[in-house]
Design a protein around this ligand. Sequence first.
Ligand code: ADE
Length: 235
Amino acid sequence: MRCDILTLFPAAVESYLAVGVLGKAAISGVLVPRVLDLRRWAGNRYGQVDDAPFGGGAGMVLMAPVVVRAVREVVQAQGLPSRIVIPDPRGRRFDDRLARELAGSPALVLVCGRYEGFDERVFELLPAEVISIGDYILAGGELAALVILEATARHLPGVVGDPDSVAEDSFTSGLLDYPVYTRPREFEGLAVPEVLLSGDHAAVRRWRREQALARTRRWRPDLLAPGTGTGEPEQ
Ligand code: ADE
């Protein structure tokens, strides 16, 4: 999957792309990320990308010609059916289902806003999907773009070494994760559950399933609600 990220803070985005799941995905070639400085498309030699809002008010607005030119050029360079994503709190709420959907796209363009946001004509002129990662306001789209891309990259083939790990994830299995333990066997009076040391794989599987169900019932009963299609049969 090709992914171009347009931002005014390329260094911040690049450092995160280099580590973990995203770093691995890039090394293996299943993800081809590119970070581009929006200032490249600035309208004048001072690198201006924003201006004061018409009608007055606080802050600066990202200029439509800069953003529209940048996105069109990047989409053309990708030469693929691209999905253009603008992270913004007003958008469709991001979740694992949308991550899986985006992972099916051959190319993404993530456009990160700053300041008071984009000139409204950006949304009218570009066939962009506006996506929110939650009901709170970040200083810019960069963190949201990285959240969207990391959750999406996990669904690209080979990115998470053990496919069982993705299949067992909360939101794929429809259940929260079961608890895990490692050495030492006892810590501050708390022992690792006996069944995990038993070597009885069937018993371990049963126990984990029970634990996952119990946790989901306790913390996220909404995931078990009938009609959510989360894989748990109705009782
Ligand atoms: N940009 C600023 N806040 C955001 C949010 N909550 N989701 C997506 N993009 C954002």
